[in-house]
Design a protein around this ligand. Structure first.
Ligand code: IYR
Length: 220
């Protein structure tokens, strides 16, 4: 039943142009970094709306689009989120995370303080919907983690493309977000994404990424 089909409008390029575009996009995306020190420089709601529209253009299982994006600029709600997140993170850093985990994080200089949660102009909290409710009936969604992970990836690229920065933050357990944002039972927090600009002269860890030979296996 392929009734509702329309012509595909994606662009195509010559081999050379495709290769140049792929390389340029890689170099552009390779500049993206997780940032933990945000400035309070405002970001417009229009900009946030377009970032979310890009995220929602991701593919999803049976096109169920099993996500909700909560965009928070309210200082009161940001403060509530920060307080609850810091309580969880305090417990994480004082016994809930293993010694190995703490060792692995040492190079990033993180701790339980999360000032970016009130300083960043916006927090986007991505929720995943294991099911939808239609006429009071539960309708299961498919490949929910994959779908919402893809949408969040798209969101990160859109944020970078707009010249803004973010951090994929998971102040686990994250159920407090469901409560503070009064989300229904079928929505579970997936990731917390602060969005904004970095402080002036921000520095990031000098990381190297895996090379192709360390992460790719070709079968030709
Ligand atoms: N959620 C904590 C700990 C943390 C965990 C991982 I994995 C990181 O890559 C970074 C931090 C925190 O946000 O501090």
């Amino acid at each position: 039943m392929k009734e509702n089909f329309i012509p595909y409008k994606g662009q195509q390029f010559s081999k050379e142009e495709s290769e140049a575009r792929a390389r340029a996009y890689y170099e552009y995306m390779d500049q993206r970094r997780s940032i933990r020190e945000f400035s309070d420089r405002p970001v417009s709601k229009t900009l946030i709306e377009n970032l979310i529209l890009t995220a929602s253009s991701a593919p999803s299982g049976a096109h169920k689009q099993p996500w909700t994006f909560c965009a928070v600029s309210s200082p009161t709600i940001k403060a509530e989120i920060r307080k609850a997140a810091e309580e969880e993170e305090y417990t994480n850093y004082h016994g809930r995370m293993s010694d190995d985990w703490l060792d692995d994080l040492a190079q990033f200089g993180t701790d339980w303080h999360k000032p970016f949660l009130t300083i960043a102009p916006w927090l986007i909290i991505v929720f995943k919907k294991a099911y939808d409710i239609e006429n009071g009936e539960k309708k299961k969604n498919y490949y929910v983690n994959e779908s919402v992970g893809l949408a969040t990836g798209f969101l990160l690229t859109a944020i970078h493309q707009a010249g803004l920065v973010t951090l994929t933050h998971t102040p686990s357990p994250m159920n407090f977000l469901q409560k503070i944002l009064k989300r229904p039972e079928n929505e579970r927090p997936f990731l917390l994404i602060p969005v904004g600009y970095p402080v002036a002269n921000v520095e990031v860890p000098d990381l190297t990424r895996k090379g192709l030979d360390e992460m790719t296996v070709f079968f030709e």
